[in-house]
Design a protein around this ligand. Structure first.
Ligand SMILES: Cc1ncc(C[n+]2csc(CCOP(=O)(O)OP(=O)(O)O)c2C)c(N)n1
Ligand SMILES: [Mg+2]
Length: 532
């Protein structure tokens, strides 16, 4: 057998740790790594994209839906920088993406010689958007370093990690006695230390759950907890679907324009925040928080309210919590009618957002329950966040607090790779779509069939509207001249159609989902009112 190199060890470790797909763009610093991928190509697939940002978003969408991890391979410098908006999105969305970046030759690092793709201090650049990063430049430690990367990605908050390997190190031979290991989650939780918080939950008369993103088990546990303690449930955008939206206790993403919601929050004596941060503009009406978080307590609201933190694997904490309280007399005093009337008030408020809600209803009725919807940063996307009901824990993907244009379409492609049997629908604006429309080529090359709905108002529409309304019509840099989207999509070999009305959208989307082929639906729209 030929000796094992760092490149081989890395590719084999990816496989051992359950990764069967990587996204990326090759380049000269990665040639030895690419050759190692070639040797294992029956076990791990390399999806080559048309821009590193596209690859990063695909890894993000893949991580979100697979519940495991996404993997991204990029050349150093511009490759990693191109991917950085996507890595930042994965960071903000708590999606685990294993980033593998090349590096310039070991002897040149830090010398500022102008080596191809050099960014002097590259690792510092990536630090704020990864939970851990490491330059691997010593064959003696390489396997330990790689294993530490997997250990970090599987434990605590799920966020990107990055390793970077100098181009001349990939072919370095590692000790042949080394066995590559599968890493696992090893988080524990000391329940006794948290008994005070348990009592607070038992005592609460008006508990409220506020839930961020989690996996299928988190969703089951959250639903059980809400039923057991009779607590209404708010979710963050990324948490949509953690409790099915047709559940009587589900109140969706808390609108800031609904007085009934403000009243409910301000009358609550305890908010139980499950892996989420309470939006700052709603924090001032919250009295007390018990939060369940995987890593560190959220410090930013500590000075403003009573805050208690249970830190540990969220599913372990919730399982213990349910065991402890299942035979206890609880104190929640909500009546069914009270919660139902808040639900009704929310529905009414959302129904006034037009024309957006007519499109949202059309999208929902055309999409089977198990559909995965990707909410782009556009006017229909904002309305979806408020009014598109979700029934599965992973049925809705946002860009979280990054809120970045361009994330939606490639993220949708990554989601489809992870869930090939489920419909995936991407909601985009004309502005956002052209940030990464080149990935239509990747979709067709690899047969990744999502439906993208492009709402075309020939504008960065919400910017345009704000300039019109808030800046007295001083329109600057917000009008767009677009290509013919239908022709553009067809030139890639996709199905494409242009329509105007919500009822046409329902028909065309339903047909496109049934065909399970790549499709672009352009919807011509005009200016829309603010939903806020
Ligand atoms: C990366 C990035 N750049 C700029 C913005 C600022 N921004 C927010 S929404 C928006 C306009 C979006 O236009 P479009 O995708 O056409 O959607 P529309 O508002 O027209 O519905 C812009 C420029 C952003 N959110 N992200
Ligand atoms: Mg637009």
């Amino acid at each position: 057998m030929p000796p094992l190199t760092i490149a081989d060890a890395l590719v084999k470790s990816l496989i051992i740790n359950g990764c069967n797909t990587v996204f990326g763009v090759p380049g000269i610093q990665l040639y030895d790594l690419m050759d190692a991928f070639y040797r294992e190509s029956d076990q791990i697939k390399f999806i080559s994209t048309r821009h590193e940002q596209g690859a990063g978003y695909m890894a993000n969408g893949y991580a979100h839906v697979s519940g495991h991890m996404g993997a991204l391979v990029v050349v150093p410098g511009p490759g990693l920088m191109n991917a950085s908006a996507a890595i930042g999105t994965a960071y903000s969305s708590s999606n685990p993406v294993f980033v593998i970046s090349g590096q310039i030759p070991k002897s040149l690092i830090g010398r500022d010689t102008g080596a191809l793709h050099e960014v002097n201090g590259q690792i510092k650049m990536i630090e704020p958007i990864t939970k851990w990063s490491r330059l691997i430049d010593n064959p003696l430690n390489a396997v330990n370093d790689i294993e530490e990367g997997f250990q970090k990605i599987f434990n605590g908050r799920k966020r990107p990690v990055e390793i970077e390997i100098p181009t001349d190190m990939f072919s370095s031979v590692i000790d042949e006695g080394i066995t590559l290991k599968r890493m696992d989650s090893n988080q524990t939780f000391n329940y006794e230390e948290n008994s005070e918080m348990l009592q607070m939950i038992i005592d609460a008369k008006r508990p409220l759950l506020w839930v961020g993103k989690g996996n299928a088990l988190t969703s089951q546990l959250v639903t059980k907890l809400s039923e057991l303690i009779n607590a209404p449930v708010f979710v963050s955008g990324s948490g949509k679907g953690m409790i099915a939206d047709d559940h009587p206790l589900s109140l969706g993403v808390p609108l800031t324009t609904c007085p009934e919601i403000d009243t409910l929050i301000s009358k609550s004596d305890l908010v139980i925040a499950i892996d989420t941060r309470i939006p700052e503009n709603q924090l001032d009406i919250v009295k007390s928080i018990v939060e369940i978080v995987p890593d560190e307590a959220n410090l930013y609201y500590r000075d403003m309210i009573n805050q208690y933190s249970m830190i540990g694997n969220v599913n372990i904490v919730l399982t213990k919590l349910l065991e402890e309280i299942k035979d206890t007399q609880l104190n929640s005093i909500y009546s069914k009618d009270e919660i139902a009337s808040v639900k009704e008030a929310i529905k009414l408020r959302i129904s006034h957002i037009e024309p957006q809600m007519s499109f949202v209803r059309a999208i929902r009725s055309a999409s089977p329950k198990e559909t995965i919807l990707i909410e782009g940063v556009n006017q229909i996307g904002y309305a979806c966040r408020m009014g598109y009901p979700v029934y599965t824990h992973d049925g809705y993907i946002t860009s979280s607090y990054f809120g970045n244009l361009g994330f939606a379409y490639p993220t949708a492609l990554g989601a489809k790779v992870a869930a090939p049997d489920r419909p995936v629908v991407c909601i985009s604006g004309d502005g956002g779509f052209l940030f990464n429309s080149q990935e239509m080529a990747t979709a067709m090359q690899y047969g990744i069939h999502v439906v993208v709905v492009v709402f075309n108002d020939n504008a960065y529409g919400n910017v345009y509207r704000d300039q019109l309304n808030k800046y007295n019509g001083r329109i600057i840099a917000s009008q767009l001249q677009n290509p013919d989207f239908v022709q553009l999509a067809k030139s890639y070999g996709m199905d494409a159609v242009r329509i105007n009305e919500p009822n046409e959208l329902e028909i065309e989307l339903s047909k496109a989902i049934d065909r399970n082929r790549s499709c672009l639906i352009e919807v011509s729209v005009g200016m829309m009112p603010s939903p806020w």
